[in-house]
Design a protein around this ligand. Structure first.
Ligand SMILES: [Zn+2]
Length: 420
C-alpha cells in the first residue's frame, strides 16, 4: 500500500509539472514584470493553492526544463532534459530525485560538451529510478570528477556558484550566514581581516580600557569584526547610491519613551533596557547598539510618540521631502501593508492610497508601503484600499471587510481585536 501511494504521488507530481508547463507563458520571462498575463496566472495560483511564490516559481522553472519547449513561431522543441522529463511523466522519480539530478547537472562546468551532459543526464536518471536521491547525488559528484578531472572552472562557473545566504534572526539577535565567495570577494575579505590582526583595531574600546590592551579575539571573531567594519565604512562613505530614493543606509525606528529609557539605562544600571528597535529590514536592533551607531555615523532614525504614528523627529543628513515620507512609511507600516504579506520595508514601494491620477497628494498620510506585486495589484484595482482612523491602510479584495496587515506588528498579532 505504501509503495502504491508513493507511486501515485510521483505520478500526480508529473501531472502537476505538465499542467505548470501548459499554463506557462510561451514568451517565458520568469521574473519579467512586463508580462501581466503571466503575473496574473502566478498571483491566481498563489492565492488558490496557498503555496509560496518561490515554490510556484520553482515549479515553473522545473516544468520549463522537463516539458517540450514552445516557441512563438516555428515548431515545438524537445525538452532541455528529455530523460528526466520522461521519468517524471512516468511517475518513476520523486521530487528529491528531480532536485538531485538537476543540481548535479547544474554543477557541471561550462566546459563539459553537450554530448557528455546528455549522457550524464541519462545515467543520473537511470540511477534515480532505482536508488534514492542521496545515491544520485553521490553519482553526480563522481560524474563531475570524471568529466572534469583537472578541476577546470571558468569565470561563468564561479559566477553561477557565488552565493551568500543570510539566515533568519534568532531569538538572541544573532543570524547565521553561509554561502560561497568568489576569488575577488575572498581577496577583499582577506585584506580587511588582515587589518584587524591581533592587538589592532579592537571593535570598540570601552572607557577605561587602553586601545593597546591584549586582544583575546579568536580568528573567527576577527573575521566577523573585519566584515562589520568594512560594511560600516562602505555605508558611511555615502557612495553606495540610493535605494528607492533613500540613500543606502541603516533605517531604524523607535519611540521617544524607549529612546529615553535606553539613554537612562546606559547611565544607570538600575533602569531596565527597553525592547530592541526595528530596522527597515524587519530585524531587531538592541537599543545600546542603536545609540552607539547613531553617535558615530549618519543613519536615519525616526522617533515616534508612544502608541501613535505621529513622527516627532527625523534624524537625517539631508532634507529631502520624498525621503522623509518614505521613512514615515518605514516607521508606521514597517513592511508591505497588504494583509498577511511578510515583505519588509526595504523591499517595499510607496503606494498612493488615493491614486495620483485621481487627485491623490504626496502627503505622508496618503502614502503607504506595498511590495512590488501587491503595489501593482492595488494599482490595477484588484484590491480596494482605504485609510483607517488609526491612519493605517486597510485592504479588501471584495470578499470581506477591509483588513490591515498585522504581520509587521507582532504586538497586534496576539491582540483579540480581529481574527487572522
Ligand atoms: Zn506585499
Amino acid at each position: 500500500m505504501a509503495e502504491r501511494l508513493e507511486a501515485q504521488q510521483r505520478t500526480n507530481r508529473g501531472l502537476s509539472y505538465r499542467m505548470f508547463g501548459e499554463i506557462a507563458d510561451p514568451a517565458d520571462g520568469p521574473d519579467d514584470p512586463a508580462l501581466p498575463a503571466e503575473v496574473k496566472v502566478r498571483d491566481l495560483l498563489w492565492a488558490r493553492l496557498r503555496i509560496t511564490r518561490g515554490e510556484i516559481r520553482r515549479r515553473f522553472c522545473v516544468a520549463a526544463r522537463i516539458r517540450p519547449r514552445r516557441t512563438l513561431t516555428g515548431p515545438t522543441l524537445p525538452p532541455e532534459l528529455p530523460a528526466l522529463g520522461a521519468a517524471v511523466e512516468a511517475g518513476d522519480v520523486g521530487e528529491d530525485h528531480i532536485t538531485a539530478v538537476t543540481r548535479a547537472l547544474d554543477e557541471l562546468p561550462a566546459a563539459v560538451s553537450s554530448a557528455d551532459r546528455d549522457d550524464a543526464e541519462r545515467r543520473l536518471v537511470g540511477y534515480a529510478t532505482k536508488q534514492d536521491a542521496k545515491f544520485v547525488t553521490v553519482i553526480g559528484n563522481k560524474i563531475a570528477d570524471c568529466l572534469n578531472p583537472d578541476g577546470n572552472f571558468t569565470d561563468e562557473d564561479r559566477a553561477r556558484r557565488r552565493s551568500l545566504v543570510l539566515g533568519r534572526q534568532r531569538a538572541d539577535g544573532m543570524s547565521r550566514i553561509s554561502g560561497f565567495l568568489d576569488p575577488e570577494a575572498r581577496a577583499y575579505l582577506e585584506a580587511v581581516t588582515a587589518a584587524v590582526r591581533p592587538g589592532h583595531r579592537l571593535p570598540e574600546t570601552p572607557a577605561g580600557r587602553a586601545a593597546d590592551e591584549r586582544d583575546t579575539r579568536s580568528s573567527a571573531q576577527r573575521c566577523h569584526d573585519a566584515l562589520k567594519r568594512a560594511l560600516r565604512y562602505g555605508i558611511s562613505s555615502g557612495k553606495l547610491g540610493t535605494h528607492r530614493g533613500v540613500p543606502v543606509t541603516v533605517i531604524v525606528t523607535t519611540t521617544l519613551g524607549e529612546l529615553d529609557q535606553a539613554a537612562r539605562a546606559i547611565c544607570d544600571p538600575g533602569v531596565e533596557m527597553p525592547a530592541p528597535a526595528r530596522t527597515g529590514g524587519g530585524s531587531r536592533l538592541p537599543m545600546r547598539d542603536l545609540i552607539r551607531m547613531a553617535a558615530e555615523s549618519m543613519h536615519y532614525l525616526a522617533v515616534f510618540a508612544d502608541h501613535s504614528a505621529r513622527p516627532l523627529y527625523l534624524g537625517r543628513s539631508k532634507r529631502i521631502a520624498t525621503t522623509d515620507q518614505r521613512i514615515i512609511c518605514y516607521a508606521r507600516d514597517r513592511g508591505c501593508t497588504r494583509p498577511d504579506c511578510p515583505e519588509s520595508g526595504y523591499r517595499s514601494e510607496v503606494h498612493h492610497a488615493l491614486d495620483w491620477a485621481r487627485g491623490g497628494t504626496t502627503d505622508a498620510d496618503n502614502l503607504f508601503f506595498g511590495c512590488p506585486p501587491d503595489h501593482a495589484a492595488a494599482t490595477r484595482g484588484d484590491y480596494l484600499t482605504t485609510v483607517t482612523k488609526e491612519a493605517r491602510l486597510a485592504w479588501s479584495d471584495g470578499t470581506g471587510p477591509p483588513r490591515v496587515n498585522h504581520i509587521h506588528h507582532p504586538e497586534e498579532l496576539l491582540g483579540d481585536e480581529e481574527d487572522p
